[in-house]
Unconditional design. Structure first.
Ligand code: SGN
Ligand code: CA
Length: 495
């Protein structure tokens, strides 16, 4: 080939290569802390009529809603470490929220691989993994849990304080600033917008205080659960609304902390005036908790709307995949609880919604078993980047294309480690498929060192009936035990 021809060929190929590079989809991953699927309108259920999330619902209407998305350890820092590494807690080693387990930032994480494969990466908001972030061109994160008001943020360069501002709004503004002004326009990107809300103590933005004021929030059917069939763990937890939720910090209705805050004046008056007790007080606590939680969600939902609007205005919405998910589920009064940690459905399960223009069928619903170990590989797959062998999930890209492989997983492994700890939930592991769930509580403060529960999710979706002792189910229980042993081996669980 002559020199001239080579030049001509290059002149022809180069723009195509640039075009191919640009065609790689952008990914915007909006995430929240402790957002239950029960409080997303698109998921239906008893709270749907409150219309809690119009923008997230729009995302679901334009994308795919995953109805069987789960975590492998229903707690914050481990879940985030799993999302970054694509590995189970015992593999990335951040098994609980305590300082005893440390997340080593030097380890492999999906964003580092994306970066090496031509993606710009940004992380804004809550990450809950102490230490400097790696693999991000831009990062601005909350220290630890962060604060709702006057939040501090940490960047590569140092700390910033946002005086007088509300955390969800700061995260949204910083994300929009990066999206509109800071990123390199000609490169594909992955932007993570990870909100603090609606984490405890559910402190809403001033502008949302009027929402739900005169509304009666429906209670779950098992609000007054007495745990009759359950083992020790459910009886001994410290996450029930009746006794573990406090009037001061959680409900902002007594004590000094919020005494001069006009947002909560009427609550203080009610608590001081009416001598509420027993069931009446528990029900009032539930109403107040739910309203504050839903008000916090409202800011997150606005954030989703603003980011979607910005993508459209920049003309990049068609080539941008938008994902909404959370670090795990949360109890909205089911079993009388708030918080998470247990392998029961409300906290084991988590929201997952994906909009992918021209690929995902708008308004579609997927019911395959997916887990938080899958997202890292999914991001790499979407970016056409290599997927390391030692990641433990599976890319959900085929599911997004409505092409679930025949050998897709039929069961999920779960393991919770933080005991003794906040809310006193005993250590447990378990296995679930679409029909049954087997849970083994073990270790400290579990009688005889081990207690089992078994649920038929089909006939008992609220998990009120532990049928581990039932001879009718002996065969299924034994099969699930075998499955548990198999999953432990598959994922390399040794403890
Ligand atoms: C804090 C909360 C707990 C919550 C943990 C973990 N208490 O300790 O209710 O379970 O965080 O949450 S608080 O009174 O300080 O808010 S997580 O999202 O980080 O896992
Ligand atoms: Ca959390």
């Amino acid at each position: 080939m002559t020199f001239r021809k080579i030049i001509a060929l290059l002149a022809y190929l180069l723009p195509l290569l640039v075009l191919a590079q640009q065609k790689k989809p952008n990914i915007v991953w909006i995430f929240s802390d402790d957002h239950s699927y029960q409080t997303i309108g698109a998921y239906g259920g008893r709270l749907e009529s409150l219309d809690p999330t119009p923008n997230i619902d729009r995302l679901a209407a334009e994308g795919m809603r995953f109805d069987k998305a789960y975590v492998e350890n229903s707690i914050c820092a481990p879940s985030r470490a799993t999302l970054l590494t694509g590995k189970m807690s015992h593999m990335h080693k951040k098994v609980d929220n305590t300082k005893k387990s440390v997340f080593d930032h030097d380890q492999q994480q999906f964003q580092k691989i994306l970066q090496k494969n031509g993606y710009q990466t940004a992380m804004i908001g809550k990450i809950h993994l102490p230490g400097k972030m790696q693999g991000f061109d831009y990062w601005e994160v909350l220290p630890g849990q962060g604060k709702y008001y006057n939040p501090d943020f940490i960047t590569e360069e140092g700390d910033t304080n946002y005086k007088g501002e509300y955390v969800t709004d700061v995260i949204t503004d910083r994300a929009l600033n990066w999206l509109e002004n800071e990123r390199e326009q000609d490169k594909p990107f992955m932007m993570m917008v990870h909100h603090k809300a609606p984490h405890r103590n559910w402190d809403p933005a001033e502008r949302h205080m009027g929402k739900y004021e005169d509304v009666e929030i429906p209670e779950p059917e098992n609000f007054l659960d007495d745990y009759a069939t359950r083992t020790t763990a459910a009886h001994k937890q410290e996450m029930d609304i009746a006794t573990s939720m406090n009037l001061e910090r959680d409900l902002k209705a007594s004590g000094d902390l919020y005494a001069n805050d006009p947002r909560f004046k009427s609550r203080y008056e009610k608590i001081a005036k009416e001598n509420m007790k027993g069931e009446e007080l528990t029900k009032w606590k539930y109403q107040t908790y739910m309203k504050d939680y839903l008000r916090c969600i409202w800011s997150v939902d606005e954030s989703v709307g603003e980011i979607m609007k910005s993508l459209k205005e920049q003309g990049i919405d068609e080539n941008t995949i938008v994902i909404y998910s959370s670090d795990q589920g949360f109890y909205m009064g089911e079993h009388g609880w708030f918080d998470k940690r247990f392998m029961y459905e409300e906290s084991f399960r988590t929201p997952l919604i994906v909009k992918w223009p021209k690929t995902v069928k708008p308004g579609s619903v997927n019911t395959d078993l997916v887990q938080n170990i899958d997202l890292a590989e999914t991001f790499l797959d979407l970016a056409g980047a290599p997927i390391p062998e030692d990641m433990q999930g599976k890319s959900i890209v085929p599911l997004l294309k409505a092409e679930t492989p025949d050998n897709w997983r039929k069961s999920l492994y779960y393991h919770y480690y933080e005991y003794p700890g906040a809310h006193s939930v005993r250590k447990h592991e378990g296995v679930a498929n679409k029909r049954y769930k087997l849970i083994r509580f073990y270790g400290q403060d579990v009688p005889n060192g081990e207690e089992w529960e078994f649920y038929d999710i089909k006939s008992d979706p609220s998990e009120m009936n532990n049928i581990y002792a039932s001879t009718d189910y002996a065969k299924s229980i034994s099969e699930m035990k075998t499955e548990l042993i198999g999953l432990r081996a598959k994922y390399g669980v040794t403890k």
